[in-house]
Ligand binder design. Structure first.
Ligand code: FES
Length: 107
């Protein structure tokens, strides 16, 4: 069976940081070899997709970083900068751990 995990990154900032975050996440997925995972009989594909506002603007539009949501789990992160991509990929996608310092608790 095949499943898709999607990372939706808001690119609705004037600074363009969301685009940079999406690029950094794609690069890290490739570097860390996590773009396609095989767990038992399950094959998981990870896709990074850009989108407009996620309605998490306090954590995105005016800050130094972008908001993103990872599905299917629905975990939302805010003020994410390109430099955070490696940690998000390693910890959230690789190890299944939430990155507390970027987590948006009240959505
Ligand atoms: S502008 Fe990014 S979540 Fe609204």
């Amino acid at each position: 069976m095949s499943t898709v995990r999607r990372l939706f990154v808001c690119t609705n900032q004037k600074s363009g940081v969301g685009e940079d975050v999406a690029k950094a996440l794609k690069k890290e997925l490739k570097i860390q070899g996590l773009k396609k995972l095989l767990t038992g009989d399950e094959r998981e594909h990870v896709r990074v997709q850009t989108c407009n506002c996620l309605d998490l603007c306090k954590q995105c539009k005016k800050g130094p970083g972008a908001a993103l949501i990872i599905y299917p789990e629905g975990t939302a992160y805010g003020k994410v900068r390109p430099a955070d991509a490696a940690e998000l990929v390693t910890r959230h996608l690789g190890l299944g751990q939430v990155v507390e310092r970027l987590l948006i608790r009240d959505q």
